[in-house]
Design a protein around this ligand. Structure first.
Ligand SMILES: Nc1ncnc2c1ncn2[C@@H]1O[C@H](COP(=O)(O)OP(=O)(O)O)[C@@H](O)[C@H]1O
Ligand SMILES: [Mg+2]
Length: 276
């Protein structure tokens, strides 16, 4: 099943709505007593320790914590890009021990596009590696670019795109294999504030359309509260889960909500945990 729902009009690019995509597994992600230590016996860095949480399918979960607390390291292990030194990670009930773009897409702070390839070719690239037929990968990449609002920019090269647009291409590339889970590591941190806000709204729109499970790492407290259903708060290194917060702000989120008492209470609660 791909991004788009089959519709009466075969040419329709109408987005797929929430479907039984998540029907099978109880959790999209399950982290059990996960630890990660870097280095040798003489010089060790415990990045995070005894981290456990579950993420229900279709949820938007933010992970926040102070700089250096192991958020990026945790995301790398969630993505299967780095092995744990303790515990285990399951995605849709199955161990996550190596990267699997069919199950998990990843978006980093830098878009990391190949400068000599067009947007379309950049998004197709993971499918090319998998030797997906030309027609199929071209169609999938076009749909993914349309989903992120770049239908008309497939032939542009990265240097012709703004920072926000490059990050959209990167999101399209993360979604091109239609994984149920999208992991994002401070994806908008390198953007100016206005673009960051716009991209947040864009991401919520994409999330509502595709019903993905999103795990969004950020050190921005407001960004976490604005975007997420739930927030996992980590302590300073070695990172541990020190709080888990339900964000009971209604959806769709609006920028006005950022000046409400509830929004500020949630921000305060996170700040209070991080500060200590
Ligand atoms: N490849 C690595 N080798 C050794 N130490 C690392 C490596 N990557 C990260 N670290 C260390 O692990 C800790 C957590 O880093 P990181 O996960 O990047 O934190 P965050 O993303 O929360 O800022 C830091 O002290 C960092 O220096
Ligand atoms: Mg980081």
């Amino acid at each position: 099943m791909y991004l788009m729902k089959a519709s009466a009009d075969p040419d329709s690019r109408a987005p797929r709505l929430v479907e039984a995509a998540h029907a099978e597994a109880k959790y999209a992600m399950e982290v059990r007593s996960a630890s990660l230590r870097f280095g040798s016996a003489s010089r060790e860095v415990q990045a995070f320790e005894n981290v456990s949480f579950t993420i229900a399918p279709g949820r938007f979960v933010a992970i926040v914590g102070p700089s250096g607390c192991g958020k990026s390291s945790l995301l790398m292990t969630l993505a299967g890009l780095r092995p744990l030194t303790g515990g285990e990670i399951l995605c849709e009930g199955k161990p996550m021990t190596k990267p699997d773009p069919d199950r998990i897409g990843v978006v980093f702070q830098e878009a990391n596009l190949y400068p000599w390839l067009t947007a379309q070719q950049n998004v197709e690239f993971p499918l090319e590696l998998k030797r997906v037929a030309k027609d199929e990968r071209s169609r999938a990449a076009r749909e993914a670019l349309a989903l992120v609002g770049l239908a008309d920019f497939g032939n542009s090269r990265p240097h012709e795109l703004s920072g926000g647009m490059k990050q959209r291409v990167s999101i399209a590339r993360g979604l091109v294999q239609d994984p149920p889970v999208l992991l994002m590591d401070e994806p908008f941190a390198a953007l100016d504030e206005q673009t960051r806000l716009t991209m947040g709204d864009e991401l919520l729109r994409i999330w509502a359309k595709t019903a993905k499970t999103i795990v969004f790492v950020t050190h921005g407290l407001s960004e976490a509260v604005y975007l997420a259903d739930e927030i996992i708060v980590m302590s300073a290194r070695p990172g541990r889960v020190v709080d888990r917060i339900d964000v009971n702000l209604p959806r769709p989120r609006t920028h006005q909500m950022m000046s409400t008492p509830l929004f500020n209470q949630l921000r305060e609660r996170i700040w209070d945990k991080i500060r200590h």
